[in-house]
Design a binder for this molecule. Sequence first.
Ligand code: ARG
Length: 469
Amino acid sequence: MKNSKHSTKLWGGRFQKRTSSLVENFTQSLDYDRYLYLQDIAGSVAHARMLASCGVISTQESSAIIDGLGKIRQEIEDDEFKWSVEFEDVHMNIEKRLTELIGPVGQKLHTGRSRNDQVALDFRMFVAESLASWQKEISSLIHVLVHQASSNLSTILPGYTHLQPAQPVSLAHHLLAYVQMFKRDYERTDDALKRVRISPLGAAALAGTTYPLDQEMTAREVGFDSVYENSMDAVSDRDFVMESLFVSCMIMTHLSRLAEEIIIWSNPGFGFIKLPEAYSTGSSIMPQKKNPDAAELIRGKTGSVLGRLMSLMVTMKALPLTYNRDMQEDKGPFIEAHNTVLGCLQVMAGMVRELGFDAQAMVAALKRGYLNATEMADYLVSKGETFRQAHHIAGKAVAYAENRGAGLEELSIEELKSFSDKISKDIFDCLDYQQAVNRRNFPGGTGPDSVAGQIKRIEDWLNKVQFSP
Ligand code: ARG
């Protein structure tokens, strides 16, 4: 039945038959691109203004179009807009409704434009806003981490390599390592934004148009920095999505590392942190359990975001110029990744804000792990031993202490001297864990002066960036 009727599509002139409803459902992109309605309307307003300013349509026509678009925006916001898969995507749903509202003048909006440059503009605007929202959350997370670092300046704990106890470090230094990762993510986002904020409008389907358009004006109107160089590239470039997805993967990878530390540190075997109750869950069978589900889910969701980057890269691979419908598959991965990254950044900031650190458990772990063995070796070097020999002597002392179930600092001076006649009483200063941290005050080190410098510099940076909380 349906196939016997004429096409009702905006592009239906050359068609005698209706599209199969199976194909309509298959090709529609409303599931995702309806979330781009604000950008679609803003892009169309910019285009209508530009058309009037270039004399392609009259000022009255442009005003009628802009008024109509404002009404549509309200309808969508009031949930009164009737989305229809028959009109395929956000662009044609809005254009169809515009003509219903303001009559044939609505049909002038698409002059000098194609959905190919239209969708590229909408999506660039959407991605740019998403990236800015990530930056806002990243700076909040950095702020929380810096606050925790400043509140835990004198807490020390084991630093690990291979997840084996290695050397004592300050808790602030450990937290500030994550601050550096997230600061790079912020800067990476800034860099990606430079390539997102380029207007493709005017490229039309692929070859540009013959209307005397002012592309600079539309770019300015939507708040973008520049205009495309090549119309074919403008409609087929999705690097900006893939690059932004990569940035989201990097953020998630960093979040997953922090999540993993929270999971490990909250394990009673470590006991370094108390999980905030608001960020943990219980077990339906084991009454004693307090599980780090929020951290685990951040770790787990990292996989799905990485998968979304892969899915778009594979979609884009080997696509010939210019626009291909395959590219419609760009929105789902990005929108899903965007929601995930935003949620994970918010949850992580909330969780870190409420983390309680157990300084005593951290010191106990230092003692268990012989984390002052390197200090002993360095001490022997300062007394004239070669480093290799010093390493060997300290290793012997560790084996001896381990047999006694004692820490190096718990051995008597006689016991210590039995390993080298270069050892005297001042070795105990050297074996002190806090001293070991305090001595490392060179730039970038874990000593208190170095850590204070790191905090000062990151606070200055936070005050400078646009979204400092
Ligand atoms: N829904 C399409 C997309 O997201 C819009 C562009 C369609 N262009 C076309 N020539 N069919 O890619």
